[in-house]
Design a protein around this ligand. Structure first.
Ligand code: FPP
Length: 233
């Protein structure tokens, strides 16, 4: 089976799960798994761009991830800084625009500063839009949107206006959601936006998720029939 270039999903969202188990299988510390996960992400961003995917959204840190050890949390933030340091020039060269979803400004100052640089550098780029969900939770996002609209007349709060009040304003809903590592959950990711997304779950652990795995997931997506609640044509 070949990929149909006419039906590449416009927006692919990924839950990058399984870094810890990947490390454990090798007798390595959890952070080594996140490091390998970061390397996998670098390749996936390039592949998504080459495939003509317009929006790629990855779940890098959830509002629940603060429950992890301080060492793991600060390690993930360090990796984020390392990622921007090592990739920003190439992302910019490839016309990729970086954006961040979630309450990322509440992160420590060093990663916030680095992310601001990535946003500023790539703000006028028109290629792949790469969205990083950081200190993100779907319920938190929906609550923030509801609060921001609370002064408005109820009948004026339409689906469109609600969508425009979310962190994903202006971004089309994900066509395809991928979760790695065999877990079959949404885990508070893009709850509003995934109403009609196709889900592809794979047992592959995130650090092993290669560009070929992304192609395979898109192929599976292309085999689905999307009806958006309507009937078969
Ligand atoms: C889930 O695996 C992964 C995370 C919570 C963090 C994701 C972080 C990265 C891929 C690296 C850095 C990110 C960027 C944007 C540079 P897990 O730890 O829950 O794995 P487990 O379920 O096997 O324990």
């Amino acid at each position: 089976m070949q990929l149909d270039p006419e039906r590449i999903p416009a927006h692919v969202a990924i839950v990058m799960d399984g870094n810890g188990r990947w490390a454990k299988q090798r007798g390595l510390p959890r952070l080594a798994g996140h490091r390998a996960g970061m390397d996998a992400l670098k390749e996936i961003v390039k592949k998504a761009d080459q495939m003509g995917i317009r929006h790629l959204t990855v779940y890098a840190f959830s509002t629940e991830n603060w429950k992890r050890s301080a060492e793991e949390v600060s390690g993930i933030f360090r990796l984020l800084i390392l990622y921007v340091d090592s990739e920003l020039a190439e992302l910019h060269r490839n016309n990729v625009r970086v954006s961040i979803l979630g309450r990322w400004r509440e992160l420590p100052a060093a990663p916030v500063k680095k992310l601001e640089k990535a946003l500023e550098t790539t703000k006028n780029n028109s290629g792949l839009q790469f969205h990083i969900a950081l200190n993100y939770g779907g319920r938190d996002e929906i609550l923030r949107a509801a609060r921001s609209l609370s002064g408005q007349p109820p009948e004026e709060i339409t689906e469109e206006r609600f969508s425009a009040a979310l962190d994903t304003a202006g971004i089309p809903d994900p066509d395809l959601l991928i979760r790695t590592s065999g877990e079959l959950r949404l885990s508070n990711y893009l709850l509003w936006q995934c109403a009609y997304s196709e889900f592809v779950f794979t047992d592959t652990l995130w650090p092993d998720f290669s560009p070929a795995c992304l192609e395979q997931a898109v192929l599976e997506y292309q085999g689905r029939e999307r009806r958006f609640g309507g009937r078969k044509q």
